[in-house]
Design a protein. Sequence first.
Lengths: 398, 290
Amino acid sequence: MKRRMMSKVGCVGFVIGFWLGTGWAAPIIKLGAHAPQTGSLAKHGIEQIKGIRVGAEEFEKKHKIRVDLRVYDDESDPQKAVAAVEKLAGMDKVYGIVGGYGSNLVGPASEAAERYDTPYLTTGAVDSKLSAKKFKNFFRLNNMPGYAAAQSGAIKDLLGAKKVGVLYNSLSATTEIAEMVKDQLVNAGIGVPVFEKFEKGTTNYKPILLKIKDAGCDVLLVEGYFPDYVGTIKDAKILNLPVKAYMGAWGIGTPEFVRELGSTSEYIYGTSIWEMGTAPKEAKSEEAEFVAVYKAKYREEPSYIAMLGYLSAKYILEAIDQGGGKSAGNYSPEKTRTALRGMNTVGPLGRVAFDERGEPKYFTAILFQTQKGNQVVVYPKDRAMGTVQYPAVPWGGK
Amino acid sequence: MISTTTIIQSILSGLLEGVNYALYCLGLAFVFGIMRIINMAHGEFLVLGGYIAYWLLIKWGLNPLLSLPLAAAFAAGASFLSYRVFLQRIRTTAELNTLILTFGIGIFLSNLYLQLWSADLRNIGVHWMENPLQFGGIYISLGEIATFAVSFAGVLVLHFFLRRSKMGKAIRITAIDRDAAALAGIDVERIDLLAFSIGGLLAGLGGPLLGALSFVSPGTGIAITIKAFILTVLAGVGSIPGLIVAGMILGVGEAMTVTFITSSYRELFGFVLFLVILLVRPSGLFGKRI
């Protein structure tokens, strides 16, 4: 009898304890992320997710809200990216999605997010067609005009070049930036005698580089990715290409790039969104804090892709919080979208605010030059951290 | 106006590129010709050779040319294990099974490389190999000359091995008639294992040179496999020396397309050539000559 009484009391105590435990547990926000962790874009996707994890952990500490971060590898494949978003939004019921690298992956993935009415903040896709669809859930931190203006502005104002040869990867984002920069250069009175597309996976660039040589270009502008830069620089070195400057778009001049190419990476120009020390003074402390946490966690310097990942997680989590995400049942995607559209803040990238299509209103890229293995920001002048070395290329040049 | 120097330089670059293609596809062509296995993990074995050379360069500063034997040995070892553990079990069943299985081995290996060496692109940068030599306005790098020599040597050694050595003859007889070879006392299982391992060895030879001229990464393998397969069909199954000629035709054709038309049609040239050869001469440019 006494034993039965004791077991009943024990059961009741367990139920009360469980109820109190769940009732008093820290609130949870479910956040989804997809990015290439394998495949051709894995390098960038891995950095992106590292930044996102730091952003989620920082949010947990500051807001005392637990973040249930679900991460899926989209294997650098558009179909897998769609499947990842469908799983995140449809099965895991996350309140927002971050990540995505490459416009050809983010395009279909953002369509899936729209179908599931889930806010989607990306940092790895700049193709203008993505925002032209006017999806209500689509937001991004960086876009094409910001990069193109940095390149054409530097060629015109900083280098004073007369002729530019443009080679570009046939993928959509690189094609778009090439066309945008070409228009800006021509409008500024700068000649573009060579404007050539090459396919992904090209290994022999010499025939197109010879066209640059024959046209007497001052600047070689390559709108591509890491493998394209390695190939063009190596072949330009073999041909001793007579140009005064070599400029690239994304993924050039990074610490990994410098490590792999050594002195062959010297004097090249690349665009970036952020480098250590380029944050506006209002965001210097945030920048320093992120760098310290990232270095402690991963024992490496954060790239700008990691910084973008971090900021995307931070901004969307704050918006989800305002959208009622911390208390189950009260969450509203509409309120989250409104919070994102109403955002107007200054962070390590500068001022961040979104327009009706989810485009960043104030985004501007920076242009750096590799000097003694370091990325020295040389343009725009108000964010410059050093002086440009011109004419100079990793080989003899002009 | 395109200058004569540009045309000559472009042709030269195409020839050198073609010889590179031949080296990269040697292992696949050998295994396909001898065993009728389309080794979809071929590119991954080649990439393994590249990573071994990269590792030796970083750890001990070893030149990629000196690391060739070790890179080839590692790739041959990986190939040996793949055959012994997996392929041997399904060798006698449908040919499609080996295709799917080697594809799976390729995926496994590329993910293994991702874990071991991360997703970063690795360049086996040796300055003297990148430095150009100039001959009357025409430039060629020492690395390209070295790759050219290794490719030719690889093709010649393999050709003479198959034609002159006792083991090579046993491999050819097994490829022509497996049952007759077994009746003649040849251990056909051992020959299969040896042939597949040689395929890995040949792939491993290309890795360090690929890394020196370009880069290696976990995702590089599949592109190499596809290119190698196209070139194998183009050259003609079983024609080892034909690989060099077919590679040169492809390389020069691509270079001329870029020079005289536009780089947009470079890949198109390769595929049109591939289709034309399949239509006009289905056995490939140099037929079947094992």
